[in-house]
Design a protein around this ligand. Sequence first.
Ligand code: DON
Length: 560
Amino acid sequence: MRNRFLTGLALVLLCVWPAAARVGDAGPSAEGRQGMVVSVSRPASEVGRDVLRRGGNAIDATVATAFALAVTWPEAGNLGGGGFMLIYPGGKGEPVVVDYRETAPAGATRDMFAGPGKPSAYAMAGVPGTVRGLALAHARAGRLPWKDLVMPAVTLAADGFAVDEALARSLNRGLARAKDFPEFRRVLGKPDGDWKAGDRLVQPELADTLRLIANRGADGFYKGAVADQIVAEMKRGDGLITAEDLASYQAKERKPVHGTYRGYDIYAPPPPSSGGVCLVEMLNVLENFDLRKQGRWSPDTLHVMAEAMRRAYCDRARYLGDADFVAIPEHLTDKKYAKTLADSIAPERATASEELAKDIAITDESEHTTHFSVIDRDGLAVSNTYTLEDSFGGKLIVHGAGFLLNNEMGDFNPRPGKTTRTGQIGTPPNQVAPGKRMLSSMCPTVVARDGRAVLVTGSPGSRTIINTVLCVVLNTIDFDMPPREAVDAPRMHHQWFPDRVSVEPALRDRHAAALEVLRARGHKFSDRRESQGDAHTIGVRPDGYVGVADRRLSGWAAGY
Ligand code: DON
């Protein structure tokens, strides 16, 4: 394989010019022989790396990094949200997904968002899953004591830490949109103007909440004082979360979706995320084309990518929801089914999304989730994506507890039966029901070969997430790009409706001629100005790990 040749070449170069060729063990790109953590936030990556150094495994490092991000990246790192953690074993054992997606409160109803007007931040809050999810992962296979993994976050919150450019931007943007949320402004505001790099953010109430979790485990969040604070917060508005909802919340272990792509194994989360099913469905379709021969930026490759995306996202809307509530057909990840989809792609003509099914349209996306990747010296890899849904969730900080609640209920199909071309999806599988998990696109992924992880990746970006992961995986497997290049390369997205290809500005600038060919084939484009995703990724080489923070937002790879 060409990859091996390139790796060999890289090794020769390392021996000849070690200082020039090697990046350090920390930075936006980093190398490590024994372990690596890559996240959006430098202090959080360092907390995880230090746990690995102290003899913790990748699960310990994940727990510590996730708690640290709840302090250092409050727009998406969280205690009050949820997510998915994919664990790929270094040696024996099966990969597993910890599903800690939020659930609809017991008082939720199918039509609760069907009326006109914008639902309140209170009504949008799902029962948080993060703390139970981290505790489940730790109980399953953590090595260090729980308390040791939460305390670094306590220290960051209590003593404060230096805000960097990206966090200053994030906080200032959040504050500008939080005029109606006094607790948010009190807790995350700066009395004398805007946040700037170098300022110190101190969060004493969040430190108290974290201390309870450090001392009492997940019960410190779901039962007792913190649970009471959440319930009291719900009563300030029309929130539905009760003490019973909190006490009965369970994170779940699930079998990952497993696919193969050109000899590699692909592992990603199953429903209630659409990530794994859609990713594997798209890869299965694309396996029918010789992308390497076509070339990464050729019109033919971009065309079949857009067509694979269109078909998988149509199936997403038609079939996917929480599998504990709805039956999900098994054929979606089947290679035979993918062949029928591949055969339905006309080589020189865009399929109109209308041809696949009628009356579904989809809204805009943003980057307010966060993904991080971890690997330890035994090759145990953890790919974790978690979220509050919007940036800072619904901007609702639980009074006195210092943490934000999610507004994840917005991921349910709000208006049953109302599926318009320009509106929202209203198909049955993802309608609200008590205790149900809302459909996600989060797609923490591990690519493996011969029983070893070779790529750990994932991204924020709502529905764009799966396509961001698809781009990184294709760049790596089909086009032999090293991790830095695979992450930097411009991305594209199609989600069935609206029937538009969206491309990053860099793709538009650099490959204008290819896009003209696509236009002539009938593809329509959105005028996307922003970047797509934030894929903090680890690549595995025979001599160690390569961590690459996605430079679109910010981020830090910390290896050792
Ligand atoms: O679960 C999901 O798919 C979304 N709630 C994730 C939200 C997200 O990625 C927002 N910003 N990037």
